[in-house]
Design a protein around this ligand. Sequence first.
Ligand SMILES: N[C@@H](CCC(=O)N[C@@H](CS)C(=O)NCC(=O)O)C(=O)O
Ligand SMILES: [Fe+2]
Length: 432
Amino acid sequence: MSVSKISDKLSISPQPSVDDVRRLREKGYATLINNRPDAEEATQPGTVVESREAEHCGLTYVYVPVTLGTITEADVRAFQKALDASDGPVFAHCKSGTRSLSLFLIGEVLDGRMAADDVVEFGHAHGFDTSAAAVWLKQHLARRPRVKGFFDKHTWSVQYVVSDPATGKCAIIDPVLDFDEKAGATATINADAILNYVRENDLTVEWILDTHPHADHFSAAQYLKEKTGARTAVGERVVDVQKLWKGIYNWPELTTDGSQWDRLFAHGETFKVGSIDAGVMFSPGHTLASITYVVGDAAFVHDTLFMPDSGTARADFPGGDARILWKSIQDILALPDETRIFTGHDYQPDGRAPRWESTVAEQKKSNPHLAGGTEEEFVALRTKRDKTLPMPKLILHALQVNIRGGRLPEPEANGMRYLKFPLDALQGAAWE
Ligand SMILES: N[C@@H](CCC(=O)N[C@@H](CS)C(=O)NCC(=O)O)C(=O)O
Ligand SMILES: [Fe+2]
C-alpha cells in the first residue's frame, strides 16, 4: 500500500487490503473515507467489510462513493465534512486514490484555498492525474455567476450586477436612483456606475430586477430600462402593495395590476441569466411582496437577512410582519450551506467598512437575531427593536415612485414633477 501524505490531516492511498484497514488505527488514523462504489472489481473488500473492520478497530468510517465523471458538489462537501469532523488524521481511498484526491482538491478550490490552475500540478507532484478535477472545476466555475456589488452610502443600499461568465449576459438587481430630499434633486450617479461596469465588462443586460418596492430609496429600474432595453421584474404580490399604498396616497388613478413591470414573478418560477438557472422564492415579512432571487449559487435576499454581524430587516412597515419574516428567513436558511447570500443593505455596525456577502452556513452560525433562537424569541426581539426605529427618511417619497416600477410622477403643466405626502398616516414618528 503506497500512501501519499497530502497534509497533516489527510493521506490518500489506492485500495487497501482488509489487513491494511485493520492496521490503520495503530498507524494513528482516526477516520477512513471510502470513495469507491462497491462491486467495481470482484476482489475489492467493499463497504460492508471495510465499515465492519473500521468499526472494530475504533475508526470512524465514511462512505462517499463517486466516479470521476459524475462527481457532484454534494460529494465534495461530504468529503470535506468527514475531514473536518475527524479528530485525527484521515485515510481516504478509492481504487488508485485519484478520486479521493480530486474530491479534496475541488473543495480546496471552491473554498478559495487553492487556485484552479494549480490542481493538475498538485496532482503530478503527488503522483496522481487530477486533470478530471481541473475539467470539473472549469465547468462548474463557468456556471457560477459573477457578482459585483455597488454600495450606495446615502441609503446603505447594495445594488448588484450578476453575470454569467460563459455568455456575458447579466441581471441588475435593486438599482438606486439618487435623490437628495433637501434639494428635491434626482440624479443617476449610482445607475451610471452600474452602466459603466456593464460597458467595461462587455455585458448584455437581460433583466432589471427588484426584490420589493423599496421604502428608503427610488428604484432606478425605469432609467436603466430606457438605457438598456432590458426587461423589468418584481414579485407578483406587488399588486397588494399597490392597493395598500393607493389608499394611503388617496390615488384613484393608480393602476394596481402590476402592469408597470414587464414580468411579475410568482414563488417557484424560474428564468435564466445567460446560461445560468435562476429561480424565485417568495420572502414576505419586510414587505408583502418581497422575493429572493436565486441565481446559480447566489441568493439575493435583500431585506430579510443582513450581514451575520448585523441581524435582520425590520418588519414594521405597512404590510410587514415579524412572524412571516421568520418563516421567509427559515426558507432561505434551508438553501445549501455554501449558498452565497447577498444582502440588500449594510448599516455598517460600529462603523466598519460596508460588507454584503455571507453564506447560509455563516448566517446560521452567527447571525445574532437567529443563532440558536426560537421563532417566539425572534418575533419578540424584532417587534421590540422595530418600536425603536424611526421611519426611513424617504418612505413617503419612495413608495409613490416604486409602486410604479421606479417611474417619477408625471410632469405637471409647467414641466415640473411633484411628490405628494399624506399627513399623520404612518405610526412611528420620532420626536425625541
Ligand atoms: N436610517 C435609514 C433606515 C432605513 C430602514 O429602515 N431600513 C430598513 C430596510 S428598507 C431596515 O430593515 N432597517 C433595519 C434597521 O435599521 O435595523 C433611513 O432612514 O433610510
Ligand atoms: Fe426595504
